[in-house]
Design a protein around this ligand. Sequence first.
Ligand code: B12
Ligand code: SF4
Length: 452
Amino acid sequence: MSRFRIALIKPNIGVRIHSGRRDNAAMEPLGLSVLAGLTPPEAEGFLVDDRLEPVPYDTPTDLAAITVETFTARRAYQIADEYRRRGVPVVMGGMHPFLVPDETANHADSLLIGDAEGAWPGLVADAMAGRLRSRYTCPDDRPIQDGTIPDRSIFGKRRYLPIHLMQFSRGCPYRCKYCAISTYFSATHHTRPPEEVVDEIRVAGSRRVFFVDDNLVGHRDAAKELFRALIPLRIHWVSQGSVDMLADSELMDLMMRSGCLGHVIGFESLSDGSLREMRKGINRRFAPDQYREAVERIRHWGMQVWAAMTLGHDPDTLESIEAACSWAISTKFTFAAYNILMPYPATPLYEKLAAEGRLLYDGKWWLHDDYRFNDAAFKPMNMTAEELTEAAFACRKRFNSPRSVIVRAFDFRTNMRNPLRLATYVAYNPIFKREVYEKQGMPFGYGKERPA
Ligand code: B12
Ligand code: SF4
């Protein structure tokens, strides 16, 4: 008898301006390899990466398992509706089903709310027995990945960016008002035993790792243990960490010795008013001098930083947004993201804007026909939504302009510190620049397969 076949599906956001349906900067979908690793042996998972290939609706499939983020919800529902039309049951999981389960349930036979550990094997057994329940939840206190190693064989020969995605921790102890992570994990932070991570790196044969943790340094002592365990491996890695890590010299020393090339750091804003408004207390210690001390420490340690800024907080003005752009260029950050503040459903920000009647697109921008990637989805306080959209796009264009790339390269303590740093700078700046233009104004979902 053939094994029960589960399509593990990563939906695309939409059709890109130049490369169409293909995403040339796609990374391994780690969550789906975790699901594959947790799948009992009576069943077999195979990957469908909608960012890279057409969905094989005609391939024999017993269950379609779709991971859904708010940005991919519209496309996910199209895929789900098509599978269900063909009689294949659909289960959805990930961030968006957790945030808006009732909406997601309209397009699925079953939802897994929250992390899959502890719930997925039972769900698969039920599906095999033809008695899928409408909802499953992860029992509390299951260890991340249930102590197993993700099954990366599902990636096959697909051409992802050449870096392995892994996780040491999940969640973040802080409560920034706009953050979907804070809602999903209720401001908790959990870590794996460092030796398990080391094993995973050895098995995957990784020389370059992206720790996709929400905040790798959310628990400093645990992070120090991890870094000590990584030092002998002599790998290079990148991750995401909150700016307060810079205040702990022991942490930073261990981090850099363990092979850290850089981090995404959420600076978010130069304005104390905006930081207070977003409840980002951890940044306020460094913000009063425009992060001068933080930047000095970054340069001391020689980190390459992807500076994340959010634009559109109530105190923000067009002038303050432009100043944030100039600051990131003159600081010579390796990369920067200028994200418009997004009202993700079920976050405190969403509730506030809804209560004030400031949400656009009927409050469901992720499903709206007229919404486009990188459009502001709410009425800002000191400008129009269109002005905010334009100002953010202008920042992205300016930061990624040829002049800026040349200016930012000339930092001998970060981007030109050694050949590896320069190679990273030269290889990835064009990729991220292309992303800016490809994604701007992209409609969600694919035209022909509209959600019911
Ligand atoms: C790594 C990452 C990226 C990488 C890409 C990774 C990749 N493979 O392509 C990069 C940097 C490119 C990226 C880009 C973006 N990202 Co991103 N990203 C992440 C991050 C930090 C980790 C994701 C991850 O791998 N987690 C580890 C795995 C193991 O966990 P998981 O996927 O959640 O899966 C577990 C469960 O959720 C569950 N599960 C998940 N799916 C399913 C499906 C089924 C059927 C079942 C049963 C269970 C299940 O089981 C898994 C095991 O427990 C998350 C934060 C987060 N914690 O989710 C943000 C996050 C997903 N990203 C986010 C955003 C906004 C983006 C961007 C849109 C940003 C932008 N403006 O450009 C883009 C576009 C994303 C896209 N879809 O193309 C938001 C999404 C918010 C939301 N409400 O949906 C998040 C949550 C960050 C945040 N702070 O809000 N991202
Ligand atoms: S520090 Fe980052 S991950 Fe943590 S709650 Fe704030 S925005 Fe979210």
